[in-house]
Every structure is written in structure tokens, then in C-alpha cells.
Design a protein. Structure first.
Lengths: 370, 267, 283
């Protein structure tokens, strides 16, 4: 096992922009990644997350801004001099070299003497459970094995930062989930700063110390998985990370932090908000925060609505109910399938949906960074 | 220059320099041919002293050039057409039916590429002499079909491999008869391949010299006339003929690039 | 075509091809037969006299020696000169690549005779190079660049360049650039990337090109004929001369059979060699 205390580097991006002609791939990105952290870059395709990773690696030249790895400004440094470890999306294993040669490549480039190369390669292969595969060629390995060889190759040179470009995308679901756990525990054991690109928000939440959500070349939100999920700061974050109901309402009254909005299709709701009277406010409501019952909740006049179950989706662990209110508003609620009797609703049934005012999360059109 | 790596200039510069020099080296001789063809004098001197079209008009005084050009074109067209048909039928069988000798037959049909031209030439000379057929037209035709067949076959096999039978089957389910389905789907899809291989085959036939020279009993092809002229005479008429042919080749290549692309040639 | 095509249909389609094969085979067989006949077809009888005559007289072996000598170093030089062109083509942007491709394809489609003739105009005593060097005062007498081994070698190299460039270009184009990026991320400078990744992966293309170029050069007729001017005849020239000038068909046939055997041996041998050593490279 490798202890990397003091070797893990901090990665700092200041006002980084990358433009190709008239197309802006990254727009004024600033990000501070602490040594030893695992940060995910999350977003839909085309949001710039891969460009961001590649600019840290040195393959995408910056139009503006600086990148620091450790305390060194490396904006003008070629990739071969940045001492990074990188795992590409399709692994990019050298097909004409054995596993051992692939893994030893970085050491060869650093002119590590032959006698030291062999044990280092053996160590890292053992770390990734690849013993015995030294003389195989990449095409003779399974997807999971190839992925681990790519990882071994990146790690053996003991880089300051590890960059991963959707490394698990080619694996099937079960293998992917296993690898996610393995990857996370490996990263924690070694303690290396890791930047991970993915479009799979579940993956991001599972692995990361922090998640950076990107949309159209900008960072929309950065935070711990809990923060990003429970407190989305923009409509985009809320809808991309997990599922959410999106609700717009006009503010009617505002007293001591308790604001009342009029939402067409639902009626009056009480929320925690600081929006001014007469303005339009936007909110996100997570489906699991909506409670369903056949009886009308007696104590609430607001924050409840009566609707008909139009559609349901059974997902094993949970069931997703799509309700439509009399005024035509669509609300999605998810229920954990534990209590069979009381929470088993049928299509066509009309039921009550309620929620707490705290669960209405106000969002703004562009996140605070936008 | 598009690059996968973002570093250094050394490799880029070196390949530009070396590669560029070699390409220029390939280009210059053809340029010289052009320049010489306009030389008013009789000598093959460089640089020429003036500008004259007399060598171009001289071409028309040599009936052999004109008639052999005519013959080469017709021979090329007919050989290519037959080669396409034979190649297409062969390719259809080779790609659609799996049978034991397929690889061997395919290899044998490509063998003219490996056999030296001189050997092929003597072979046909011997064969047709033995059959007492001392005529250029049938022997040259047979020769040209056989040497162009590998090109049409290879290209058509590659194209047909990308046209699975399931497309014809889909057409039939939609109401097309067996032959209609073939014409509407497969044949349409391999049209660029057929054009490309036709051009390739035609050029191969038109330019062929080494094997063809054994079969000039009563007819000659253009390359044979040109070679004879070079070895006997010493004036720039050949340069004029060559310039015309080079221009035609350039035109053909540009057209080919526009129509079907050059991947058939470059791979 | 679709549906269970009857075997008869398949056979029918294959028939023209088989007929061509038959014709081709028959022609080679005819050469074989003739090679066993006596000198100038005078008289009857079958024997190996022609072969004996060929192998006995070392004067004749010089043609084979020349062919192989020039082709060996000629092919290597063609490889060294052709690789940069292919690399340049593969790594250039659209317009440059297109221009280069056009130049090369035009070369490839231009008859060998015209290309050899063009080189005559460049290499001759009154040709471009000599005229230029004389004018610049760099030499006093014209360099003998034709009618000798040098001229033939230069001609063979220039003419067989496309045979190398195209396969190498094709393979280089197919190399995943991410492999080069991965090497770079592991600390390889651009020359190391080339040496460790690009070059090994382009070996199959180089192998294919070498076989094509070597085959062409060994069996070449036109280039040694025009640029050698009779002073550097190679095997093909010798055979042709024997057949069409000396009119000794049996002898020519015997030499042709020997040439065929050697060529086939060369091609098959090289293919096997490359297959065995390069099986790991094809990804």
C-alpha cells in the first residue's frame, strides 16, 4: 500500500476559459481542489466537463486563466511534464505492449532503472488485483481488467493528481457499481487528489468528496453530495442531480420569513423564502419529500393538494406516482415500498399529497456563479 | 496541423520538411515534362529557349499515336466492363456464400498482382501461340481482363461486405421482388465502389506496357508506341503526348475525388 | 442474393471468374511447357536444357544479382523517404492532406513510362539537375545519373513511393490519437511518443508497403529499360530481350519460371515473416 502523505497536490483553476474559434467550451471556470480530495465533474454531454479535465491535463490550451498544480503554475507546461496520472474513457492501453510494459511505460519515460521498475509494477498490479496478468496483451483482457490496468499504469508513477475521464462508462451496471466502490476505497487508501468526469449523477454522489455541476461551460454549483442534492442552487442542478418537481408561483404575502405563494394548479403554499411580494419565485420539490395518503390531512390548509394517480412506475425499491391535480398540475411523488397496505395506490385513485414548507427549495435561473 | 499531442515542434517540422521535399521531388519531373513540351527546339535541353506548340501538332502527324490512343481507350473500356461484371459476380458469391474453397479461389483470383508482368506477358504469348491465335485483339483483351480483375474484385468484395443480405430481405418484405430488391438496395449501395474500381481498372489497363508488349501482333497500345518512340527518336513529341496524358490523369483524379473519393486508392 | 440461392446460381456466378483463372493458369502452364522445349523451338523433345544452360552460365546470374541488390537498398530508401510523406498526409488538416493525396494519386495513375521519361529529363546529361549544377558552377562536367545503377535506383525509388505511402498512410490514419495522448500523460516527449507508440503501430502498413515496393522493383522492366539505357538490364529486361529480340522463347520461358519461383518465394516468405512478428501490433 502506498501512503501518499504530502505527495498529493492541490489543483487550482482561476478564471479558466477555453474557446475554439467562436465556440466557447469553458467559460470563466474557477475551482479549488484540495489535496487528497475526490471531486467529480458532473454534467450532460457537451457541458464542458471533459474539456475541463483535458485542460488540466494540458491537452486543451487555455484562452484565458491559469491552472496551478501544487504551487506551480502549469498553464504553459506540456502534458508530459505535469506529472499527472490519467485514465481515458476507452482506457487507451497500448495494444502492442504487454500489461507489464504498459504499466511500466511511465517509469520508462522517467528513466527509472530497470531493477526498480519491475517491483514497482508488481506492487501496483497486486494493489489492483491483477497479479499473473503481466504477460497478457490488452485484447486478451476483460473490460474490467483493462480498466484496472489503465489505472495501474496511471498510478505507478505516483502522480500528484489523478484524472479520470468517464472510466467506468464502458462497463455494465453491476461491474460499474463494484468498481465505484473499489475505486473510492483505493483513492482513500492512497490519498491521491482525484478529478473524475461523469455524466452519471448517481456515480458522482457515490464517489465524491465534492461534486462540481457543469452546464454549458460553466460551473453551476460546487458542494458535497448532500449539499448538491438537498440544496440545489439552480433549476439545472436540481433537475440534473436526482429528480425534482419544478414549481413556479407568485408571491402573495411575506411575513417573518414565511412567504405565501400562489401556484396555479396547486393553490396556496407556504414556503421559506425571501422573495418580494408580487414577484415570481421558482422552487424545486424532491419527489421523496411528498407524502401521500387517502385521508385529507386535517391540520394543513396549505402545502397540500388533491390529485388523481395518472401513472405509476414500479422500480422495485420505490414506486413513482405521477399525480394530476384538478387544475392540471403534474406532481411526482416517490414512495418507499415497505408499507404495502397503506401506500399502495392504484391508477385512477384520487389521493392527497402533502409536504413541509422546508422542502420547497428556492432556485434562481442561473446558479450563483452564473 | 491537427495533432493529438500538444507539445513540441520538432517532429512536426521534420516531417513537413522531409515529406514536403519528397513530394516536391515527385512533382518536379512531371513539371519538367510540361516545360519541355513547349520547347521550340529539337533538343531535350533545359531550360527551353522559347515557346512553341509544334510538338503538339507533331502528334497529329504520327498516325500511330492517334490510332494506338484510340485502341487503348476502347480496349480499356471493354476490359473494364467485363472485369466489373466478372468481379461483381465473383464478389457476390464470395461474400454471400460460405464454401470451403472460398479463400483459395479468392487468393488465386488476386494472384496476377503477385506474378511478374514479364511472366504474364510471356505466358499469354505462349498460350495464344500454342492456340495459333496470332491476333492482338483477343489476346490483349484477355490479358487486360485478367490483370484488372484483382482490382475490381477486391473493391467490390470490400463494398459488398458492408451490404448485408438483410437489406434485400427487408426490401422484399416491403413488397419488392427478388431482383428488384437486389437492384434497389445492394446495387445502389455499391455504385460508388463500382465507379471507383472501374476507374482503377481502366487506368491499370490503359497504362499497361510490360505484359502487353508481348502481344503486339497486329495492334499496338499507346504505351507501346510511346516507349518505342522514346527509344528511337529524340525529340520532345513524347513530352507533348505525356503532357496531354498527365493533364487527363489530373482531370480524372479530380473527378474521382469529387464523385467517389480516393479511399479506394489510398486505403 | 437473398433467399437460399441454389448452388447452381452460385456456381453460375463464379463461372466467369473460374474461366479467367483457368486462362491465367493455362498461360503459366504454357510457359512451363515451353521452358522444357529445346533452343529456339528447333526440333522436338522435352528436357531441362534451358534451365541447365541458365544456371551453368554465371553471366546470366548477374541479372538476378542486380535486381535483388538494387531492390533491397532501393526498397529501404523508398521506405525512409515514403514514411515522412505518409506521416505528413495522415497528420495534416483537410486542405493539405487533400493536395498531397491528389499529387500522390496522380503519380500513381500516371503510366510508369511517363514517370520514367520525366526522370530521364531530370537526370540526363542535359537534364534539369546537371544543367542547374553546371550553371551554378558546382560541377565541371555533367554527373552520370543515367544509364547506370544510380539512375535505375533513383527511378525505382521515385516510382515505387506510392506503394509505401498508401499503406502506411492508411494505418497511420487509423491509430487512435488517445494512445499518443496517454503516452504523453505518462511523461513521453513527442519523439518518445513517436518511437514507442506511433512507429510500432504503423509497422503493419510498413510491412505491406515493403512487400509491394520490393515486388515492383525486382520485376521492373520500364525503369531499368529507360533509365538504364541498356547498361543496367535487370531480370525483366533480359527475359524480354531473349523472347522478342533473340527469339529464344524456351530459354526466356525458363528464366521466367525461375523468376516466378523466386518472386513467389519472396512474397510468401515475407508475408509469413511479417505475420509472425506483427500479430501483436494489430489492435
Amino acid at each position: 500500500m502506498k501512503m501518499k502523505n504530502g505527495r498529493a497536490k492541490r489543483v487550482l483553476l482561476e478564471n479558466v476559459s477555453v474557446r475554439y474559434g467562436s465556440v466557447s467550451a469553458l467559460n470563466n471556470i474557477s475551482l479549488d481542489i484540495q489535496p487528497g480530495e475526490l471531486v467529480s465533474l458532473l454534467g450532460p454531454s457537451g457541458c464542458g466537463k471533459t474539456t475541463l479535465l483535458r485542460s488540466i491535463a494540458g491537452f486543451a490550451p487555455l484562452t484565458t486563466g491559469e491552472i496551478f498544480i501544487g504551487e506551480e503554475a502549469c498553464t504553459d507546461l506540456p502534458p508530459s511534464k505535469r506529472n499527472l496520472g490519467m485514465v481515458f474513457q476507452d482506457y487507451a492501453l497500448f495494444p502492442h505492449m504487454t500489461v507489464a510494459r504498459n504499466v511500466a511505460f511511465g517509469l520508462k519515460m522517467r528513466r527509472v532503472p530497470l531493477e526498480e521498475r519491475h517491483p514497482a509494477v508488481e506492487r501496483v498490479l497486486a494493489l489492483l488485483s491483477l497479479d499473473g496478468l503481466e504477460e497478457r496483451y490488452p485484447r486478451q483482457l476483460s473490460g474490467g481488467q483493462q480498466q484496472r490496468v489503465a489505472l495501474a499504469r496511471a498510478l505507478v508513477v505516483e502522480p500528484g493528481v489523478l484524472l479520470l475521464d468517464e472510466p467506468l462508462a464502458a462497463l455494465d451496471k453491476k461491474l460499474r457499481e463494484e468498481m465505484q466502490i473499489e475505486l473510492r476505497s483505493l483513492q482513500k487508501r492512497i490519498g491521491i487528489t482525484t478529478i473524475f468526469v461523469t455524466h452519471d449523477q448517481e456515480e458522482a454522489l457515490t464517489l465524491s468528496d465534492r461534486v462540481a455541476v457543469l452546464e454549458k461551460g460553466r460551473i453551476v454549483q460546487v458542494g458535497t453530495p448532500v449539499e448538491v442534492y438537498e440544496n440545489p442552487q439552480s433549476k439545472f442542478s436540481g433537475l440534473f442531480v436526482g429528480k425534482s418537481n419544478f414549481i413556479e408561483g407568485k408571491v402573495i404575502s411575506c411575513t417573518e420569513g414565511a412567504t405565501v405563494c400562489d401556484v396555479s394548479g396547486i393553490g396556496r403554499v407556504t414556503v421559506k423564502s425571501t422573495a418580494g411580494v408580487g414577484t415570481q419565485a421558482q422552487f424545486l420539490l424532491r419527489p421523496e419529500k411528498v407524502r401521500l395518503s387517502r385521508e385529507k390531512p386535517l391540520t394543513l390548509e396549505r402545502n397540500c393538494v388533491y390529485g388523481k394517480v395518472e401513472h405509476l412506475v414500479y422500480l422495485g425499491m420505490i414506486t413513482e406516482y405521477h399525480l394530476e391535480t384538478e387544475q392540471g398540475f403534474q406532481l411526482v411523488a416517490t414512495v418507499l415500498n415497505v408499507n404495502q397496505s397503506t401506500q399502495n395506490f392504484e391508477i385512477g385513485e384520487s389521493i392527497w399529497a402533502t409536504w413541509s414548507p422546508d422542502d420547497f427549495i428556492q432556485v434562481f435561473p442561473m446558479g450563483p456563479n452564473g | 496541423m491537427r495533432k493529438g499531442t500538444g507539445t513540441g515542434k520538432g517532429l512536426k517540422r521534420l516531417s513537413c520538411l522531409l515529406g514536403g521535399l519528397v513530394v516536391i521531388g515527385m512533382f518536379i519531373p512531371l513539371l519538367v515534362v510540361f516545360v519541355i513540351s513547349f520547347n521550340p527546339g529539337n533538343e531535350l535541353i533545359f531550360p527551353p529557349h522559347g515557346f512553341s506548340l509544334r510538338w503538339y501538332s507533331n502528334i497529329f502527324h504520327h498516325a500511330s499515336f492517334l490510332s494506338s490512343f484510340h485502341f487503348s481507350i476502347i480496349l480499356g473500356v471493354v476490359a473494364t466492363a467485363v472485369s466489373l461484371i466478372v468481379g461483381l459476380s465473383g464478389a457476390l458469391v464470395l461474400t454471400r456464400r460460405k464454401f470451403r474453397g472460398a479463400d483459395i479461389i479468392s487468393g488465386l483470383l488476386m494472384s496476377p498482382l503477385v506474378v511478374p508482368q514479364v511472366v504474364i506477358g510471356i505466358g499469354f504469348l505462349s498460350l495464344f501461340s500454342m492456340m495459333h491465335v496470332y491476333h492482338s485483339i483477343p489476346s490483349l483483351l484477355a490479358l487486360h481482363i485478367i490483370i484488372t480483375l484483382p482490382y475490381t474484385l477486391r473493391v467490390l468484395v470490400a463494398n459488398l461486405s458492408r451490404c448485408p443480405v438483410s437489406m434485400e430481405e427487408a426490401a422484399m418484405v416491403l413488397g419488392a421482388g427478388k431482383y428488384r430488391a437486389f437492384v434497389e438496395t445492394t446495387l445502389r449501395m455499391i455504385k460508388p465502389g463500382m465507379v471507383a474500381s472501374a476507374i482503377f481498372a481502366f487506368v491499370t489497363s490503359f497504362d499497361n506496357f510490360t505484359a502487353s508488349q508481348f502481344l503486339i501482333w497486329d495492334r499496338a497500345t499507346l504505351p507501346i508506341e510511346i516507349y518505342a518512340y522514346i527509344t528511337k527518336e529524340n525529340d520532345p513529341t513524347v513530352a507533348a503526348v505525356s503532357s496531354v496524358l498527365i493533364l487527363m490523369t489530373v482531370g480524372l483524379v479530380i473527378l474521382m475525388e469529387r464523385w467517389v473519393g480516393l479511399e479506394t486508392v489510398t486505403g | 442474393m437473398a433467399e437460399q440461392t441454389k448452388t447452381s446460381v452460385s456456381l453460375g456466378l463464379l463461372l466467369p471468374g473460374l474461366f479467367c483463372l483457368l486462362l491465367f493458369g493455362a498461360s503459366l502452364f504454357a510457359v512451363g511447357i515451353l521452358s522444357l522445349r529445346p533452343e529456339r523451338l528447333a526440333g522436338e523433345g522435352i528436357g531441362l536444357n534451358q534451365y541447365l544452360r541458365f544456371f551453368d552460365d554465371t553471366r546470366y546470374l548477374i541479372y538476378f544479382w542486380r535486381s535483388f541488390k538494387v531492390s533491397c537498398y532501393g526498397t529501404l530508401l523508398t521506405l525512409f523517404l515514403g514514411y515522412p510523406v505518409a506521416y505528413l498526409m495522415a497528420r495534416s488538416g483537410g486542405r493539405i492532406r487533400l493536395t498531397l493525396t491528389l499529387v500522390l494519386v496522380v503519380q500513381f495513375f500516371t503510366s510508369y513510362i511517363i514517370r520514367a521519361y520525366a526522370l530521364m529529363l531530370v537526370l540526363g546529361n542535359n537534364g534539369l539537375i546537371n544543367r542547374l549544377l553546371l550553371k551554378l558552377g558546382m560541377i565541371e562536367r555533367p554527373l552520370a545519373l543515367m544509364h547506370n545503377e544510380t539512375g535505375v535506383a533513383i527511378g525505382l525509388i521515385m516510382v515505387s513511393l506510392p506503394f509505401i505511402v498508401f499503406p502506411v498512410y492508411s494505418v497511420l490514419r487509423g491509430i487512435d490519437l488517445r494512445l499518443e495522448e496517454a503516452a504523453e500523460s505518462l511523461g513521453a516527449g513527442e519523439w518518445q511518443v513517436f518511437w514507442n507508440v506511433t512507429l510500432p503501430l504503423s509497422l503493419p502498413g510498413m510491412a505491406a508497403g515493403v512487400v509491394l515496393a520490393l515486388l515492383f522493383q525486382v520485376t521492373s522492366f520500364i525503369v531499368p529499360g529507360l533509365l538504364g539505357g541498356g547498361y543496367y538490364d535487370m531480370v525483366a529486361n533480359f527475359i524480354c530481350d531473349q523472347a522478342l529480340s533473340v527469339l529464344n522463347i524456351p530459354f526466356a520461358s525458363a528464366v521466367a519460371m525461375v523468376m516466378l519461383a523466386i518472386t513467389l518465394f519472396l512474397v510468401i516468405g515475407l508475408n509469413k515473416l511479417f505475420e509472425r512478428n506483427l500479430k501483436d501490433v494489430s489492435a
